[in-house]
Design a protein around this ligand. Structure first.
Ligand code: DGL
Length: 272
C-alpha cells in the first residue's frame, strides 16, 4: 500500500521547506503537520522535543506515510538520532525519518569562500552543536560561529512580522553574530521559520555576506535520496495531493500558513 511523504515542524516553519520540496517533486502526495499548539520547541529540553516529535512522527506513520521529513532543525537536532537508532528498528523497521541538518551541512562548502560560516538558529539547535559536529566532520577547515535567536520563532508564530520589535531583535542577533567574527562571509538560516523574515534579515546584513536558506537544499537532497532508494520511492503515492494538519486553530493556520507556503492552505485539526 503506497502512502504520502510526511512533513513535520513545530509550527509554520516547515512549510518553507515543503514549498521547495513540492516544487522539486510535484507528483507525490504530502501530509504536513504543524504542532502549533506546543510551538515553539526551540527553548525546550531534549526529552520534551523528542517526546513531541516522536508523537507527530508516529501519527504520520499511522496516516500511511512510509517516509517522514523533520522540516525543523530543533527536532532534527534533538530527536532524529533517537528516533532513527532506537524507535524505528523496533517499532517501524521499514519506515524512514530524515532531518534537515545533515543535508544542509553537506553543501555548506559550496557557499563560503573564506570558510567562515555564521549560523542563526534556535537556542536548542545552537546548544546541541549539531551543525558544528556535522560540518566539521565533512569540512574540518570551516570555522563556524553560532548565534541563538530565542525570540524569533515566538515573534513569527505570533505573526509579528512587521513589528519594530522584530526588527530590533533581527538587528541585534546579526550584530551579535558578526561580533564573534566580522569576517563571516555566509550566514545560514538554520531554522525553517526564518526564511519568512528573509527580506528584513537581508536588509540588516552587510551586502557582501551571503544568506542561505534551507528549502532548496533539503528538496535537492530528498530528490537524490529517492533516486538512491527506489524501494522507498516505490512506496510513495503519486496524486499530487497536499493535506495540512495543525494541533491548534485551523482558522489561524489557514490565515498565516500562506506566508510560508506561498499559496492558500486548508487545514484540518488533529490532537496527537
Ligand atoms: N522551525 C523550527 C526549526 O527549524 C523552529 C523550532 C521552534 O519551534 O522553536 O528549528
Amino acid at each position: 500500500m503506497k502512502g504520502p511523504i510526511g512533513i513535520f515542524d513545530s509550527g509554520y516553519g516547515g512549510l518553507t521547506v515543503m514549498k521547495s520540496i513540492v516544487q522539486y517533486l510535484p507528483d507525490y502526495d504530502y501530509i504536513y503537520i504543524g504542532d502549533n499548539a506546543r510551538t515553539p520547541y526551540g527553548n525546550r529540553s531534549f526529552e520534551t522535543v523528542y517526546h513531541y516529535t516522536w508523537e507527530a512522527v508516529k501519527w504520520l506513520f499511522q496516516k500511511g506515510c512510509p517516509l517522514v521529513i523533520l522540516a525543523c532543525n530543533t527536532a532534527s537536532a534533538k530527536a532524529l538520532r533517537t528516533i532513527q537508532q532506537q524507535n524505528l528498528p523496533v517499532d517501524f523497521p521499514t519506515n524512514r525519518v530524515l532531518g534537515v541538518i545533515r543535508p544542509t551541512a553537506e553543501v555548506m562548502d559550496q557557499f563560503t569562500h573564506n570558510r567562515k560560516i555564521g549560523i542563526l538558529a534556535t537556542r536548542g539547535t545552537v546548544q546541541s552543536e549539531s551543525y558544528i559536529l556535522e560540518i566539521k566532520k565533512l569540512f574540518p577547515s570551516i570555522e563556524i560561529f553560532q548565534q541563538a535567536c530565542p525570540l524569533l520563532v515566538p515573534l513569527i508564530e505570533n505573526n509579528e512580522l512587521d513589528n519594530h520589535g522584530t526588527d530590533f531583535f533581527i538587528k541585534k542577533y546579526i550584530h551579535d553574530l558578526l561580533q564573534q567574527d566580522p569576517g563571516i562571509d555566509t550566514i545560514l538560516l538554520a531554522c525553517t521559520h526564518y526564511p519568512v523574515l528573509l527580506k528584513k534579515i537581508t536588509e540588516y546584513t552587510p551586502i557582501d555576506i551571503q544568506i542561505v536558506s534551507q528549502g532548496e537544499i533539503v528538496a535537492e537532497s530528498l530528490t537524490a535520496y529517492l533516486k538512491r532508494h527506489p524501494e522507498m520511492e516505490g512506496r510513495i503515492s503519486r496524486n499530487s495531493t497536499h493535506e495540512f494538519y495543525t494541533t491548534d486553530s485551523t482558522a489561524d493556520f489557514n490565515e498565516h500558513a500562506p506566508a510560508f507556503f506561498g499559496s492558500p492552505v486548508l487545514s484540518q485539526h488533529v490532537i496527537i
